[in-house]
Design a protein around this ligand. Sequence first.
Ligand SMILES: O=C(O)CCC(=O)C(=O)O
Ligand SMILES: [Fe+2]
Length: 251
Amino acid sequence: MITDNARYPDPKRSIPPRVRLDGERKHKGWDLDALAIEGNEGGRHLAWLPSLPANAPIDLIRKVYERDGVVHLRGLLPRKEVLDVRRRFFEYVQHTGVLKEGTLPEEGIYSGIYGELDGEDPLAEYRTGANYERFVRDFVAHPLIADMAARIKCEWKQPWAFRQQVLRTNLPHSRRTATRVHYDQMYLRGMEPDALTAWIPIGDISPVGGGLMYLEDSVPLGTEIENLFKKLNANLPEEAQLDAFNENVAA
Ligand SMILES: O=C(O)CCC(=O)C(=O)O
Ligand SMILES: [Fe+2]
């Protein structure tokens, strides 16, 4: 349970100031300066993450990934297959009443059943359960995803150390449900100094409907933090060195 409320700014009140003068401020009807997105920074300092087509030369994709620690690819998966998973998921949660009557599951239109939500997600149990369903497992195992990962990380001899997947949903009119800022390597103690995460929007996800925020120029910061952990953890027993919540990390 989250008790540290002060760390979560009210998304309705934090109107971001214009802090970046370069780049596009408006995109497809969305105005970055008027967006109040919940996150550790309370919605300030936003810019659109540029994208590359998935069929761009792999050298370019790798270059952007190495430089930024993230690469936003468009058009990797057939749209129809993605929308199929979207439909299956909403059919899976339809019994909760979360979908608006008279709309198609594929559209994923909210009924408003839960009203305003503060720090709770009534769908959490179902979306967690959906991770074990065949249609989600098959989607995660899509060869196009694995192939792209292998092309980006072509130096990896053995690409998969273990399997981890999270199916994420966000309900409209909820606050304090955003996952706080982190990098995924943070949870992977005592393993290779590198990991790749694929975040895949299942259908069209608007900037206020959830999605991914990325901290620009954060690669050196992550490296610095990891080096510090390595130094601090060196004196811990082996088991504690592998613990993502050991005394050094938790602090
Ligand atoms: O469930 C979430 O919102 C985020 C999970 C996540 O970021 C992760 O698994 O690395
Ligand atoms: Fe993460």
